[in-house]
Design a protein around this ligand. Structure first.
Ligand code: PLP
Length: 402
């Protein structure tokens, strides 16, 4: 590998750039995870992470990628053969559905066009039809990272309530937690699945299940085999800050620091910052004359933007040129979108100039790849950033998480 000066721009929608403060916090000796010092760290992160989920219920922390927490949510609450309702929002919803099928669940997968959020009307219809309550869980991806589309979880909750259906609500927030407004308790979610390497600004390797009282009760009778991911095994030792097996100690140091950072900025300001950068990016895409993949402005993701290229243009070629020339990684089109889109990640440790640099790289790369664009995207974004939406920094009225 040849030397490249300056810093690499990691603008994929996860893993995201890890801030120096988090890197420094992890650069410490690993301690005895059964010793008294660990208990303090364990209690601090297990308590602190609840604020980010906006829950007062227990949150489990696994030394696993997000996929592990997907599996955990299902095996702790369901029985072999149980019917679950899932919505095809994109590649991640498709992968969760495959995982559920492999575990022996019967998945009713509501089709989607990968440009809209979950089809809530169809969810409600299926729930209403299910008078004998054979559907045991509704599973929705909050922020579909493959498309840049957000599903409206409060509406899914309403569909369950309006039909008085007792199914559990399981939500994947792997790429939205800590970047897009999310409320586990208020929205009546039973299991929220999350990961460390996106909005939480950590390296990959941790994942989470926030658990409602109803989900905990379901776990008592759930029959799917489980051992490593068993909530029961975790909840006992967690009470005193410990884990049943070796936790990812150094990642937990990083998590403690990331929680401090989110607390210092204030969660609402974190969301406002992401909203601002999402809007600036969308203005750039429109000014280039390109299309945003998300077809409904109400469902735009503030964590990433998927950009659809005109037919005949190869998005992977654009990404390759940008990586080689400007040392920036952009997200690829996944599944059936491969080569058709690229994804700009604007989540995590991010400010106006990070976004400006990112959009400059994209604009230059598009031109070099021969994609017909107007060279007005960066200008449109800069105009928005400098004139609209006051930066949360220095704003005395900013709200804190607490
Ligand atoms: C990244 C991501 C996943 C997969 O998580 P891993 O950590 O790669 O296992 C699942 N769902 C969504 C929405 C994601 O963004």
């Amino acid at each position: 590998m040849t030397f490249r000066s300056g810093r690499h721009f990691l603008q994929i929608p996860g893993p995201t750039n890890v801030p120096d403060r988090v890197l420094r916090a992890m650069d410490r000796p690993t301690i005895d995870h059964r010793g008294p010092d660990f208990a303090q760290l364990g209690r601090e992160v297990l308590e602190g992470i609840k604020l980010v989920f906006r829950t007062s219920s227990p949150v489990i922390i696994y030394p696993a990628s997000g996929t592990g927490a997907w599996e955990a949510a299902l095996v702790n609450t369901l029985c072999t053969g149980d019917r679950v309702l899932m919505a095809e929002t994109g590649q991640f919803a498709t992968l969760w559905q495959k995982l559920a099928t492999r575990l022996g669940l019967t998945v009713d997968f509501i089709p989607g066009d990968w440009r809209h959020g979950a089809d809530v009307e169809m969810i409600e219809l299926k729930l209403a039809e299910d008078r004998s309550h054979t559907i045991k869980a509704v599973c929705v991806v909050h922020n579909e990272t493959s498309t840049g589309v957000v599903s409206r979880i409060p509406l899914v909750r309403k569909a369950l309530d309006r039909t008085s259906h007792p199914a559990l609500l399981l939500v994947d927030t792997i790429s939205s937690l800590g970047s897009i407004d999310y409320r586990h308790d208020e929205w009546g979610v039973d299991v929220t699945v999350a990961g460390s390497q996106k909005g939480l600004m950590l390296p990959p390797g941790l994942s989470f299940n926030a658990i409602s009282t109803k989900a905990l009760a379901a776990a008592k009778t759930a029959g799917l085999p489980r051992s490593y991911f068993s909530w029961d095994e975790m909840l006992g030792p967690n009470k005193s800050g410990f884990f049943p097996y070796t936790p990812a100690t150094n990642l937990l140091y990083g998590l403690r620091e990331a929680l401090h950072m989110l607390h210092e900025e204030g969660l609402d300001n974190v969301f406002a910052r992401h909203a601002r950068h999402g809007e600036a990016t969308r203005r750039a895409v429109r000014a280039w004359g390109l299309e945003i993949l998300c077809a409904d402005p109400a469902d735009y993701s503030n964590a990433l933007t998927a950009v659809l290229l005109p037919s005949g243009q190869d998005a992977d070629k654009v990404r390759k040129i940008i990586l080689e020339r400007f040392d920036m990684s952009l997200g690829a089109g996944l599944g059936k979108l491969q080569g058709k889109i690229f994804r700009i990640g604007h989540l995590g440790d991010f400010n106006d100039l990070t976004l400006a640099g990112t959009l400059c790289g994209v604009e230059m790369g598009l031109q070099l790849a021969g994609v017909p664009i107007r060279k007005e995207g960066v200008a449109a974004a800069l105009d928005y950033l400098s004139h609209a939406g006051e930066q949360a920094i220095g704003n005395p009225a900013r709200v804190r998480i607490a």
